[in-house]
Design a protein around this ligand. Structure first.
Ligand code: DAT
Ligand code: MG
Length: 140
């Protein structure tokens, strides 16, 4: 598997609890490189577009509310098999089901406020990166 890139978000529960460095340490320890990173306040429009695929789900309103409730850190991660690797490092969506040592097991407080986002396919990674980064802001 060649080097690939994935898109990551450190969610508002991570910035609120001052955990961005602790989460990044887990990411880097897993062998993923942070090749793009920016702290932003997501607008409602940005969050709705980003999570469009979930717009019919009962938790959509709550999800948009949460993702705009404070700053987030958007990131581009690079490494061998980065998409699948990061999903593994993140752990299950529900922290109660996340494996030991994963970011969500270590830090997440609930299924809604689960500390990190990671792309679920190489195709989605490309689209998600393009929503938040310009080529010049990613330095591998
Ligand atoms: P993941 O973030 O693991 O890819 P997902 O794409 O199914 O999970 O859902 C996106 C986000 O939506 C998830 O990180 C948190 C929120 N979410 C998912 N299921 C939920 C639920 N049952 N109740 C509340 N929020 C939920
Ligand atoms: Mg998802």
């Amino acid at each position: 598997m060649a080097t690939e890139r994935t898109f990551s978000i450190l969610k508002p529960d991570a910035t609120r609890r001052n955990l961005t460095g602790a989460v990044n340490a887990v990411i880097e320890k897993a062998g993923l490189r942070i090749v793009g990173q920016r702290r932003i306040q997501m607008s409602r429009q940005q969050a709705e577009t980003f999570y469009e695929i979930h717009k019919e789900r009962p938790f959509f309103g709550e999800l948009v509310e949460f993702m705009t409730s404070g700053p987030v850190v958007v990131q581009v991660l690079e490494g061998e098999n980065a998409v699948a690797k990061y999903r593994e490092v993140m752990g299950a969506t529900n922290p109660a089901q996340a494996a030991d040592g994963t970011i969500r097991k270590l830090f997440a407080e609930s299924v809604g406020e689960n500390t990190v986002h990671g792309s679920d396919s190489a195709e989605n990674a490309k689209a998600e990166i393009a929503q938040f980064f310009q080529d010049g802001d990613i330095v591998g």
